[in-house]
Ligand binder design. Structure first.
Ligand code: GRF
Length: 200
């Protein structure tokens, strides 16, 4: 038995509430989970997630969108990611479109969670889009991030039935509950694959 750390280091990017961030942190606290949350990055200093992250003894780097433009923000992030030797980035309610340049540098290393059964309802207000269409189901999806919005390779997704008395709140709550389950599962799958490739 060797005593190397069998975890890959991840960063979580957030802008708001931070509930998916928290579910990833909680999962990663398990010794056997193949990823370690090494740093949280926020583009919003007032994000609830920034406050939440402080409960977990994980460094938080905040580069507020009011103070830095996109290219400054991404340059700062890139530096932090290298400093912490980050291998995967998890976007969790991160409300900024990353540049082609940044995505290129982190190709196949960025994943995101979206509150719909992709490819349905890409973009903002996915839950509202599903209700407006009177769809019979929606869901949530974890996918790789590429240059096209919400269009990268799907890692894991789950369907959720829309019931006739659903409103935006009830549906969003049910989706979010499932998000908290599938995001750690998807990260576990990808992190295990990376460890395998690295022969750890
Ligand atoms: C989630 O619904 C996620 O799918 C979407 O933004 C929301 C973030 O929620 N990308 P939280 O900040 O993780 O609570």
């Amino acid at each position: 038995m060797h005593n190397k750390l069998k975890k890959i280091k991840i960063a979580i990017f957030i802008s708001g509430r931070g509930s998916n961030m928290e579910s990833l942190i909680k999962s990663s606290e398990n010794k056997k989970f193949p990823a370690l949350v090494s740093v949280i990055i926020s583009n919003n200093e007032l994000a609830n997630g920034v406050r939440l992250a402080k409960n977990y003894n994980i460094p938080v780097e905040t580069f507020d969108k009011k103070k830095f433009n996109k290219s400054q923000f991404e340059a700062l992030c890139h530096k932090v990611l290298l400093n912490y030797k980050i291998e995967m980035i998890c976007l969790a309610g991160f409300m900024q479109i990353l540049s082609k340049n940044f995505i290129g540098k982190w190709r196949n290393r960025i994943i995101n969670i979206h509150p719909s059964y992709l490819p349905d309802n890409k973009g903002l207000n996915a839950q509202k889009q599903a209700l407006k269409k009177k769809a019979s189901f929606t869901g949530c999806t974890v996918h790789f991030v590429n240059e096209e919005i919400d269009a990268g390779e799907i890692i894991l997704q789950e369907k959720i039935k829309i019931i006739h008395r659903d409103n935006l709140q009830t549906l969003s709550n049910r989706i979010l509950e499932k998000e908290h389950v599938i995001y750690p599962k998807a990260l576990k799958k990808i992190a295990s694959e990376i460890l395998k490739i690295k022969n750890l």
